[in-house]
Write a protein that binds this ligand. Structure first.
Ligand SMILES: C[S@@+](CC[C@H](N)C(=O)[O-])C[C@H]1O[C@@H](n2cnc3c(N)ncnc32)[C@H](O)[C@@H]1O
Length: 249
């Protein structure tokens, strides 16, 4: 764990998270005892550095090829922390898919991996609407999701042609002028049965806590004996293979 003020001095002036916001996420990590933290949207790595400074193992994800000066590696070096920086896919939604796959059992029960997820990326209904649904699976019971930029709209950036690949002129008027993330928070997160404690902070931040009770389980039951299931699956696979061979002829 590193002293907050020392870290704030070491990374002063690097965008995008302000020291005041840094203090809030640093305190949250410390007070909640969050061990494993996920950040979606790395940029220069400032938010990630504050959370790592509070003692968490931080994984932070951005676009493949995202390039910033200073880089998140350099920010981490200056802050004296270690970060797990992922830049593998065109979107963190695909990376989340891979994490759900590797952490799911044969019945689709996912072992959650994170105590705190900070979503600070696309600010887009389609991308982040999917992201929060995937994040919920990876969040441990009792863990918190924090979303930044709830009131942000594309119309606030009229000089820009595109934001993170979304071309402004392709959007309808409501899509340009309404805040996407407020809709994600109100209509998806707040209405999701797993999120039972919700908080808005300073209009721009939305906090949601996953129900601290038992994790969701999904078991497959069948009245057929196991041997019948195996035989049926083998027959199905053989039929599929025959169809594939026939289509190649
Ligand atoms: C506001 S910046 C993040 C700031 C950072 N969290 C901090 O605390 O300083 C948003 C970042 O999200 C990334 N981003 C936006 N959409 C994304 C997506 N679909 N997949 C991955 N990264 C994305 C952008 O490349 C950008 O670096």
């Amino acid at each position: 764990m590193r002293d907050f003020d020392e870290v704030a001095r070491a990374i002063a002036g690097i965008p995008f998270m302000s020291p005041a916001q840094g203090r809030l996420v640093y305190d949250h990590v410390q007070q909640s005892g969050a061990r494993d933290v996920l950040e979606l949207g790395t940029a220069h790595g400032v938010g990630a550095a504050y959370m790592a400074a509070a003692g968490a193992n931080v994984t932070t994800v951005d676009f493949a090829g995202a390039s910033y000066d200073p880089s998140p590696e350099e920010t981490a070096r200056r802050a004296g922390v270690e970060l797990n920086i992922v830049r593998e896919y065109s979107s963190y939604t695909w990376w989340l898919k891979t994490q759900i796959e590797v952490n799911a059992d044969a019945h689709g029960n996912v072992t959650p991996q994170y105590d705190f997820v900070y979503l600070d990326g696309a600010k887009n209904w389609t991308i982040d609407g999917l992201a929060v649904v995937l994040v919920e699976k990876l969040l441990r019971p009792g863990g918190w999701l924090l979303m930044d930029d709830l009131e942000w709209t594309y119309a606030q950036d009229p000089g820009r042609e595109a934001t993170d690949g979304i071309v402004h002129r392709d959007l309808s008027e409501p899509e340009r002028t309404q805040p996407h993330l407020r809709a994600v928070f109100d209509l998806i997160v707040a209405q999701h049965p797993s999120f039972t404690e919700l908080r808005r902070q300073d209009e721009w931040w939305g906090w949601a806590r996953k129900n601290p009770d038992a994790p969701r389980t999904y078991t497959v039951t069948t009245s057929q004996p196991l041997s019948a299931l195996v035989t049926n699956a083998a027959r199905k696979a053989a039929r599929k293979a025959r169809r594939r061979v026939a289509s190649l002829k």
